[in-house]
Design a protein. Sequence first.
Length: 164
Amino acid sequence: MRRAHGVRGALLIESKSDVPGAVFAPGRVVYVGSADGRKVDPAPRTITAAREVNLGWIVSLEGLDDRTVAESWKARTLFADADTLPPPDPDEVYLHDLMGLEVFAHDGARVGAVCDVYEAPQGLLIEVDTARGRRLVPWREELILEADWEARTVRLVDLPGLLD
């Protein structure tokens, strides 16, 4: 969330979705969490109103009607239950699906696990926690040999220096 908006506790939110109109639809149940995906408030919240603005989306949540409280939510993130979202296109992935993937080298040797995901102008970067420290790897078709979503694994191409 970027900041509070107005005096009634609305939030100005930067969307990380390609379909924010579906994610922020009034009536959708969302959860409040931290940027790393942990739930801050286990109670679900219902979106009561949402509209697009040039800086993102202004969203109102049931039970949040005070600007002071909304201001304290600045570093929080809204999450929808993944089961309620439309499936991604074959060439797309939800960011939360990348977290925790086991990463393997081209020869099958385990490299580490995805511990974070970043959106850069050039595309997605996965941060892999390896035995030699954390490494950034671009999530690009030419660098991924195979992604097995059921096994929660990804195998990288043989590219010298990719994990150095």
